[in-house]
Design a protein around this ligand. Structure first.
Ligand SMILES: C[S@@+](CC[C@H](N)C(=O)[O-])C[C@H]1O[C@@H](n2cnc3c(N)ncnc32)[C@H](O)[C@@H]1O
Length: 255
């Protein structure tokens, strides 16, 4: 299968308009590889035909977005950010949470430090949200988890489940998973004390980044904390946060 420049642009436009991911030139091979899988699964042989299907089949459009989004994550990724969490942070939003390792790491950290916030975990991809709801992960995702924490918060799989771990109910209970598109969905009705938005801004151009970062500002309580990924930056975009330290920002009223 080969996609032409015209087809690449059409896919790029569809993806950008729906979720803000910037399929800039240089991403042709990546798109082609992920698209091939969808064509094989659907039995569709022509790229133009697949483009037509995307226009009218919502389910396949979802599958397509699942296929093109990068969901890489693991437990206690960039865990130093968690140290800014406090007992007063009762409502946490983990936006673009992928398959759940990030919100469950937050819940473990909070329980270990004597508090129990509610964690609203969201992503655009339905398949990763299902994985989070199930709470079963390959053991490799927990390389950063110490043996005592592993024992305390996870069940180890045996037999058919060898190599898997399952989160225990007490941390599962703290997290609710919901589908949420950072670019197009309206803000949730409640506000949050902390918002994690890590390792997703990197896929957006400055226009989309500006929209998302300012939208999330409006979802924060005063003095709320906004956390981005270590490889991301708010340089070159207009925003109202006060910089605290690398990756950590705050919504302060007198700023
Ligand atoms: C690389 S993962 C980051 C996961 C986690 N935050 C972490 O730092 O390990 C990026 C996630 O962003 C999600 N994503 C991409 N565009 C999105 C959008 N417009 N709205 C919500 N989630 C989006 C993808 O589905 C993917 O799960």
């Amino acid at each position: 299968m080969h996609i032409t420049t015209k087809q690449f642009k059409k896919f790029g436009r569809l993806i950008y308009d729906y979720c803000g991911i910037n399929m800039h030139s240089g991403k042709e091979q990546l798109l082609q590889a992920r698209l091939s899988k969808r064509l094989r699964s659907t039995g569709i042989s022509s790229v133009d035909e697949y483009l037509k299907v995307l226009e009218k089949n919502y389910q396949e459009f979802n599958n397509f977005i699942d296929a093109i989004s990068t969901n890489h994550t693991f437990f206690f990724r960039e865990s130093s950010h968690l140290a800014c969490l406090r007992k007063e942070h009762e409502k946490i939003w983990c936006a673009a949470c992928s398959s759940g390792e990030e919100p469950f790491s937050i819940s473990i950290y909070c329980l270990e430090n004597g508090f129990c916030p509610s964690i609203f975990a969201t992503d655009i991809s339905t398949s990763v949200l299902k994985m989070g709801e199930r709470g079963v992960f390959p053991i490799e995702k927990a390389k950063n988890v110490s043996p005592p924490i592993l024992k305390k918060y996870f069940k180890k799989g045996y037999g058919n489940w060898e190599g898997s771990i399952k989160v225990k109910e007490n941390i599962k209970r703290m997290v609710t998973f919901n589908k949420y598109n950072l670019v197009t969905d309206p803000l949730p009705s409640k506000k949050f004390d902390t918002i994690f938005c890590r390792n997703v801004l990197i896929y957006f151009d400055n226009n989309v980044k500006t929209v998302v970062v300012n939208k999330l500002y409006d979802a924060l309580e005063w003095n709320g904390i906004f956390i981005i990924g270590g490889a991301e930056s708010l340089n070159n975009i207009q925003h109202r946060y006060k910089y605290i330290k690398p990756s950590i920002y705050q919504k302060v009223s007198n700023y």
